[in-house]
Design a protein around this ligand. Structure first.
Ligand SMILES: CC(C)(COP(=O)(O)OP(=O)(O)OC[C@H]1O[C@@H](n2cnc3c(N)ncnc32)[C@H](O)[C@@H]1OP(=O)(O)O)[C@@H](O)C(=O)NCCC(=O)NCCS
Length: 297
């Protein structure tokens, strides 16, 4: 049934569509120009879309509103991480600020404008993004520049993509509402000892609503993580992992094929320290309770 979908096309008033397309086309052109000052562009767009006036005028009329539109006056959580590359983050920061703030407006909540706006921004934020990227509203990234995204990837609402250690989303992967995908982890005994591990979601894999994936997990091609599951490892091709912690309890009825991401053979590195002064790798820091501690002694 390839090519069959449960979605249907929806149109809006053609004059409104034309105005939106013009605006998005101009945004695309200005972003494509290496001479564009992204910080200025973003504060100008936000002043226009959110307050309907020029940034300089807004600064006079309502300085508290205006100053927060300029990403130079704003910090992100990722800027406090030692692992964040200042130059790379500086280049994408205003675009992440535009993305986040437009998500709070009718422009971002409207898929007709929100989805193409995010597609344009992703092309200038992510390490790579393929064709047809479709991202719904209220999605958060850590740094954005460590996102590696293939063709036809869909991300639904209220998703957290912690890409400080890198996230790969291969062709046709789908991330459902309220999913959290991490790529960093903290030592149990020493919180500041952070290890970065890339998290990989294979081709056509589905991470379903409210699931969480811990750093370094590999979800193979055509695998699935069930709703509300907590993945702290891998899922083989076609596997369906369920529960906390997630275990593969079912397989899709599919024949073997060529895999791009197969957790059984995928290289699993030791990860990288956010602060190299910590020992590598972090030694085991927990033990099981004794029978006595469990009240069975
Ligand atoms: C994993 C999932 C696909 C299973 O659906 P299904 O094949 O219809 O499975 P069933 O309801 O017949 O359940 C099969 C078994 O899995 C268990 N199970 C199903 N979903 C589970 C979940 N989220 N967590 C833990 N166990 C689950 C059932 O209890 C049952 O266990 P049993 O064999 O011991 O009786 C489904 O529960 C799910 O999580 N769907 C997410 C929604 C979705 O598709 N989102 C996609 C958006 S892109």
């Amino acid at each position: 049934m390839a090519g069959v979908t449960w979605l249907k096309p929806v149109g809006i008033d053609e004059n409104a569509q034309e105005a939106f397309s013009d605006f998005l086309g101009q945004l695309e052109t200005r972003l494509a120009d290496p001479a564009t000052d992204r910080y200025r562009l973003v504060r100008d767009v936000l002043a226009e879309v959110m307050y309907g006036r020029e940034y300089a005028q807004l600064l006079v009329d309502a300085p508290m509103a205006a100053l927060n539109l300029d990403a130079r006056n704003v910090t992100f959580e990722a800027e406090y991480y030692m692992a964040t590359d200042e130059a790379k983050f500086g280049a994408v920061k205003p675009l992440l600020w535009l993305w986040k703030n437009l998500d709070l407006t009718p422009f971002g909540q409207n898929p007709v404008t929100g989805i193409p706006m995010r597609r344009i921004l992703a092309g200038h934020i992510f390490r790579r993004v393929g064709r047809n990227f479709k991202c719904w509203q209220n999605v958060e990234f850590s740094v954005g520049y460590n996102m590696d995204v293939g063709d036809d990837v869909v991300i639904h609402r209220h998703v957290l993509l912690d890409d400080i250690g890198g996230i790969e989303l291969h062709d046709g992967a789908s991330v459902s509402d309220y999913v959290n995908i991490y790529s960093h982890t903290h030592s149990v005994l020493d919180g500041p000892d952070v290890t970065l591990r890339k998290t990989v979601i294979g081709r056509g894999a589905r991470v379903t609503y409210h699931a969480t994936i811990l750093a370094g997990s590999v979800v193979s091609d055509d695998a699935m993580l069930a709703t509300h599951a907590l993945l702290r490892g891998d899922i083989p091709p076609h596997g369906i992992a369920m529960g906390i912690p997630a275990k593969v309890t079912r397989y899709k009825l599919r024949s073997e094929q060529e895999y791009g991401v197969d957790a059984r053979t995928h290289p699993h590195g030791p990860g990288r320290k956010a602060n190299p002064s910590f020992p590598e790798p972090t030694p085991n820091q927990t033990r099981k309770p004794t029978l006595e501690e469990m009240g069975e002694g």
